[in-house]
Design a protein around this ligand. Sequence first.
Ligand code: HEC
Length: 259
Amino acid sequence: MQRGKGMRFVGDSRISADKTSQVPKDYSEYPGRTEAFWPNFLLKEWLVGAVFLVGFLTATVVAPPPLEGIADPTAAGYIPLPDWYFLFLYQLLKYQFASGDYVLIGILVIPGLAFGALFLAPFLDNGPGRRPPQRPIAVSMMLLALIATIWLTYESAAAVDWEARKEMNKPIPPGETVEIDTSHPGYAHYEANCLACHGESMEGTAAGPTLIGIEYSAEEIADIAVNGTGNMPPGLFTGSDEELEELVDFILSVNEGGE
Ligand code: HEC
């Protein structure tokens, strides 16, 4: 049989002429004005979107954004700061007309107007022209929003001491890990009195440093266990002298084993 015999073709040989639903409408009466949404318009949009997506991915790989480190629930002096893409909204709330008594303007009215306008854009900006000079209002509002966002972000970022934040936000290091001898007589005392802050295998937690690799004598460790040190409160160990000795012995044994 001859190829294609008995079939009628439209422009695309995969679409039979009977299947009119997939044939783009003829817009030749409106030259330059419009085009079929599917597939012409969407394809263009997706292509542009793909270019931007790849661009963003490349940018994030080349210059990692200054995002925050791991949250530390014990850091009392920590001042929260939004991530960079929300800094402009954060900056807005610093102005008198958008804070204090007028904070509703800053958190609801202004962002509401901006996003509302974006939602309503198809209805507000419904002229036939698609070139920027033919749409002065929409284009100038978009430019204004863009400039405002960039300027607010810049203002906000300029007021932050990024070096200090970087220092504060250092990721908590995973730390050394060692085998813990849970059959050691001192382990039970460690588990009962110290584990909550110093970690299951002495690796440390947000509430206390690692006890691996410390260079204290038995007397010093015993003293710290009873009297505390720095941010570690006193009176944490309440057992007998003999139990204290077992505990210290256990901590020392792990440290010897870990070296
Ligand atoms: C409430 C949480 C908490 C508990 C429970 C706790 N510690 Fe601590 N510990 C800390 C903190 C916080 C530090 C750091 C103190 C500082 O340097 O400011 C610390 C420091 C230490 C240090 C010194 C570490 C170093 O590198 O200088 C030793 C040793 C120590 N703890 C032993 C113990 C022992 C033994 C126990 C169990 C009796 C215990 N800790 C229970 C919070 C705790």
